[in-house]
Design a protein around this ligand. Structure first.
Ligand SMILES: *[C@@H]1O[C@H](CO)[C@@H](O)[C@H](O)[C@H]1NC(C)=O
Ligand SMILES: *[C@@H]1O[C@H](CO)[C@@H](O)[C@H](O)[C@H]1NC(C)=O
Ligand SMILES: *[C@@H]1O[C@H](CO)[C@@H](O)[C@H](O)[C@H]1NC(C)=O
Ligand SMILES: *[C@@H]1O[C@H](CO)[C@@H](O)[C@H](O)[C@H]1NC(C)=O
Ligand SMILES: *[C@@H]1O[C@H](CO)[C@@H](O)[C@H](O)[C@H]1NC(C)=O
Ligand SMILES: *[C@@H]1O[C@H](CO)[C@@H](O)[C@H](O)[C@H]1NC(C)=O
Ligand SMILES: *[C@@H]1O[C@H](CO)[C@@H](O)[C@H](O)[C@H]1NC(C)=O
Length: 921
């Protein structure tokens, strides 16, 4: 610690201006201004795009009151060493005017005047300065008293323009940003990304070794204000916590924090300076480069930070320092093998989870300059095991059989509460208990999607029973002029219609009019989103039946296929009075990528007129999106749900510019950082209200809500379509996409229960107890599950999803897929995408010299429990997803029977069948 402070006085001088006027500043990389009176940051504009403001300067005047935080404020808790209770200091609490000096740096301010109750022996000041063209913010705290003072919390509020209130969608995209942390201690940083996804973005890093990002604390603010706060259009602000011990002792004492909570003792006469540096990243893909330029180590985990027990991950760390230590918590949960530096500034590690570990694990890396970086992992069961545990949980624990239920919900896969380990049969958000809306349909949607790729005879039989007894005829109208219509909920609140039924008095059934549905409201058929769930359930059963003849017992595969088709088409029909029967028909719908599979299967089964009719509907929706500047509408003012569908059909109909704009938008709300919770975690923060446990139904940043799984699909598809999938820029999409795709694996607990999302607030930090709307997340997971082989320009051969081995002088690469399905592979150097409709790819090889690809396919008699067959016919599709004239491939194996949707692979009982692809000469 520093013993003496050279200069820290605020006596009147020629430079002092009491209650300063607004101060404009500029650095090489920024221009902006500090606010009149308080000197907090009011505007921060990148020099490369001076019309854009990272700060919400246009609404500054309406949020400059007491308790409203800005960048430049400071909060801390302190006590005399040995004392017990903490005192609170907060420069925003009263929002008092302060005295500033415009000299030295850009602006220096004594903050004692702004903090009520602060003893005069603790001196606090703030400086805005320049560093290498960047802006810096620092705080100096000096103890001039005679007793040691312990700082138990030190938090720097971060405010940038994530305020969507009162803005149109187009304005929101043009003006707003999202703020995401990497809670990684000395290597921690915050990224502020534009919603356009195209940058320039802002990167915030620690100014010195005393400014680690230990915790990320949500800041409470007055909510009854014109802009709202902790609301759908304004999530709110967070503080960069350098210390958090005082919170860990109180508000957070029921949770396991991301990092060990610390405090700092300032001995009598000591002072300390902490701070942040603000830098510009040219584009979202170059955020890590900007972080590295600011002097931080950068860690890149492959395939990400959700690690199934049977997958060997890789961890690369870019640093100019030496790594002096690697510690894992809990001990033994992960083992790391250090391969040292590979002819570059990057260290390389193999990382493997213990088969006895499950859940959160952390790697603390220490460097020769004494800094520590925390990298946060989630250990999952092997993904094959996880999906089968989930399938079993859904169709046993969540299998509701009370056929005397007055709402007719049995038998079904129904919402589940992990706190009580019981069904959710009542909730004042009626749909959650009513088998519809994402919050109530999520569980049967997951169960149906699971059968599509990983069928199980018992599960299929139960879902067929659900379809015939509950869906067809109850949840879905089966006769009359509204045949195929999907109701919004089977459960409703209307005591006079269910005499003798006791509505749980725990719930307030009348507090929010319109939210607790009467029978009439519940039976409405106008919510287009609900048609995805039901059609996906049918499609899943069709697929299970098609790939496993004889598995279905109630109807033929084609019956399910056509039910799915008619369900979609009804959603796009008009009622007798000429108005559309559903309300959200023309926005992108969560999970509608499955409709692409449905359409392909209609074609494959020769239902050509149905296929053309469905294609025409999708074409006209897409044509509408092509004309909209911001075609991502939903039920919410801002959302991250429509992009998946908009991308799918834009790509399908070759509208490259809409597809690319959509991928950009996704990059803007989906980060990649070395933390399982934020890596690939698309922005979601309000669905605890609509699909989560009633105990924690609130606005809160969600970890791995369904945005992760769903938005992973466009990013991975865009990666496959890249004309050069070996570049760092292209691989960025795969990293974010794969992170999002692995997210939904972390939601499945050790017993197979799938939670709707994880609560990120530091006083909560656990999975939501409701299964809720996990279904769409799982849909994204299985539709995207694949193993990628990539040659990275620095890291060499990598697999996302598989274990890689190089042999024959590095020319023959062997990959063993470990993804959830093991039915899809992508070989990046030749842009070859191969999928099979059942069975499993046990391994594949790529010869980097001849470009030959060989795929080993096994049947699935052992993996489909309750279903046995010897010889198996598996349909294999292949395509080259990018136009690479010099690398055209062809099917090398001859004699395979061709079908409309691919080639038949004859897999003998003992397997495997080998299929080869060779480079065209
Ligand atoms: C602080 O200064 C601003 C700008 O000069 C002024 O409008 C405001 O009234 C002052 N607030 C207080 C509490 O003195
Ligand atoms: C946890 O914090 C609460 C609130 O500050 C306090 O009442 C309680 O005693 C604490 N519990 C423990 C075990 O420290
Ligand atoms: C890695 O380190 C080098 C050299 O220190 C640096 O120039 C480069 O930008 C870093 N790369 C990334 C992606 O962080
Ligand atoms: C890293 O270690 C090497 C070998 O011990 C040493 O030569 C080098 O100076 C160290 N670098 C740093 C930054 O400590
Ligand atoms: C790192 O910490 C050790 C032990 O406290 C100290 O001796 C050393 O000087 C520190 N190194 C740096 C670069 O600060
Ligand atoms: C549901 O009931 C709970 C518990 O009484 C209450 O807190 C909540 O506001 C109610 N929600 C709705 C949507 O009515
Ligand atoms: C079905 O018929 C009823 C009764 O005529 C009518 O109210 C309703 O709008 C019709 N529905 C559709 C989708 O046309």
């Amino acid at each position: 610690m520093h013993a003496k402070l050279p200069f820290l006085t605020f006596a009147a001088s020629a430079f002092v201006s009491c209650c300063i006027a607004q101060v404009n500043f500029s650095t090489i990389n920024f221009a902006g201004n500090f606010a009149k009176g308080s000197g907090v940051l009011e505007s921060l504009r990148p020099a490369s795009n001076p019309a854009f403001d990272f700060s919400p300067s246009d609404v500054f005047h309406v949020r400059n009151g007491p308790g409203q935080y800005h960048t430049g404020d400071l909060t801390f808790r302190y006590r005399r060493v040995g004392g017990s209770s903490w005192s609170e200091a907060d420069t925003a609490a009263l929002r008092l005017n302060v005295t500033s000096v415009v000299a030295g740096g850009l602006l220096t301010t004594g903050l004692n005047q702004a903090i009520s109750g602060l003893p005069p022996t603790l001196k606090v000041s703030r400086s805005w300065s320049k560093k290498y063209g960047d802006l810096t913010l620092s705080f100096t705290i000096q103890n001039i008293g005679t007793d040691g003072i312990e700082l138990g919390s030190l938090g720097i509020p971060i405010e940038f323009n994530n305020i969507f209130t009162g803005r149109t969608a187009v304005e929101t995209t043009a003006k707003c940003v999202l703020v995401d942390p990497y809670i990684g201690l000395d290597a921690g940083y915050v990224q502020v990304t534009r919603l356009t996804g195209t940058g320039p973005d802002l990167v915030i890093t620690p100014l010195n070794g005393d400014s680690k990002l230990e915790a990320w604390r949500f800041l409470s603010e007055p909510e009854d204000v014109p802009l709202g706060y902790e609301a759908q259009t304004y999530e709110g602000n967070y503080a960069w916590q350098i210390y958090s011990k005082a919170y860990a002792e109180h508000e957070w004492n029921q949770t396991e924090p991301w990092n060990a909570p610390t405090s700092k003792v300032l001995e009598a006469g000591e002072y300390m300076t902490v701070g942040l540096r603000f830098s510009v990243a040219k584009s979202t893909q170059r955020i890590e480069e900007a972080v590295s330029k600011a002097g931080l180590p950068v860690a890149v985990g492959i395939p990400g930070y959700v690690l199934p027990q049977d997958l060997t991950g890789k961890l690369f760390i870019n640093t100019t320092e030496n790594i002096t230590g690697v510690a894992v918590e809990p001990k033994g949960a992960l083992s790391l093998t250090n391969h040292g530096r590979q002819q570059s500034s990057w260290y390389m590690f193999d990382i493997q989870a213990s088969q006895y570990a499950f859940g959160r694990a952390k790697v603390d890396v220490t460097y020769s300059d004494n800094r520590t970086q925390a990298i946060h992992y989630w250990i999952a069961h092997s993904s094959k095991a996880a999906i089968s545990e989930l399938g079993s949980f859904l169709t046993h624990e969540q299998w509701y059989t009370n056929t005397s239920d007055p709402f007719g919900r049995a038998p079904s896969v129904i919402t589940y509460d992990r706190d009580t380990n019981d069904y959710v049969l009542q909730d004042n958000r009626t749909w959650i208990a009513g088998l519809s809306d994402e919050g109530g349909a999520g569980s049967f949607l997951a169960a149906g999607m699971k059968q599509a790729f990983s069928a199980n005879a018992e599960e299929v039989a139960k879902l067929e029973a659900m379809v015939h007894e509950v869906v067809w005829g109850r949840l879905q109208i089966s006769s009359g002029n509204e045949t195929y219509a999907v109701r919004k909920s089977l459960f409703y609140y209307q005591p006079e219609l269910v005499p003798g039924y006791e509505y749980d008095p725990y719930f307030n059934w009348t507090s929010v009019p319109g939210e607790t549905w009467s029978k009439e409201a519940a039976y409405l058929i106008d919510r287009t989103y609900d048609y995805v769930h039901v059609s996906a359930l049918y499609w899943g059963l069709y697929r299970a039946g098609r790939t496993h003849p004889g598995l279905l017992t109630q109807q033929s595969p084609d019956w399910y296929l056509l039910q799915a088709y008619h369900t979609v088409m009804f959603a796009y029909s008009n009622s007798s009075n000429g108005t559309p029967v559903t309300d959200y028909a023309n926005v992108g719908l969560m999970g509608e990528t499955v409709w692409g599979d449905l359409l392909a299967d209609l074609k494959a089964e020769n239902y050509s007129s149905e296929a053309s009719a469905m294609e025409a509907v999708m074409r006209s929706r897409q044509a509408g999106w092509a004309l909209q500047p911001d075609p991502y509408g939903s039920e919410m003012a801002w959302d991250s749900t429509g992009e998946e569908g908009v991308y799918y059909w834009s790509q399908y109909f070759n509208d490259n510019s809409t597809a690319q704009k959509t991928v950009d938008a996704i990059r803007g709300y989906m980060p990649t950082v070395p933390h399982w919770g934020w890596n690939g975690n698309a922005r979601r923060y309000w669905d605890f209200l609509y699909a989560g446990s009633v105990q924690l139904a609130r606005i809160e940043r969600q970890i791995h809500h369904y945005g992760s799984g769903l938005n992973s699909l466009p990013l991975m598809s865009n990666y496959r379509a890249s004309s050069d999938p070996g570049t760092i820029e292209a691989i960025y999409d795969l990293r974010v996409g794969y992170g999002g795709n692995q997210g939904p694996l972390s939601n499945i607990d050790a017993g197979g229960f799938g939670s709707m999302a994880f609560h990120s607030y530091p006083d909560t930090m656990h999975w939501d107890a409701y299964s809720g709307d996990y279904g769409p997340n799982f849909l994204g997971h299985v539709l995207g599950a694949a193993t990628y082989l990539v040659e990275h320009p620095i890291f060499g051969w990598l697999s996302f999803g598989g274990n890689v081995q190089e042999s024959q002088h590095d020319t023959l690469i062997t990959v063993e897929p470990k993804d959830t399905l093991r039915q899809r592979l992508f070989v990046a150097p030749v842009s070859l995408y191969v999928t099979i409709d059942s069975g499993m790819i046990s391994s594949f090889t790529y010869n980097d010299t001849s470009r030959e690809v060989r795929v080993n396919v096994l049947g699935d008699e052992n993996s489909v429990e309750g279903y046995n067959r010897g010889h198996q016919q598996i349909v294999m599709k292949w395509e080259q997803t990018a136009q690479q004239a010099l690398k055209k491939m062809e099917l090398g194996t001859t004699g395979m029977k061709e079908r409309l949707d691919g080639y038949l692979v004859e897999v003998p009982r003992q397997g495997p069948a080998v299929v080869g692809f060779t480079a065209c000469v």
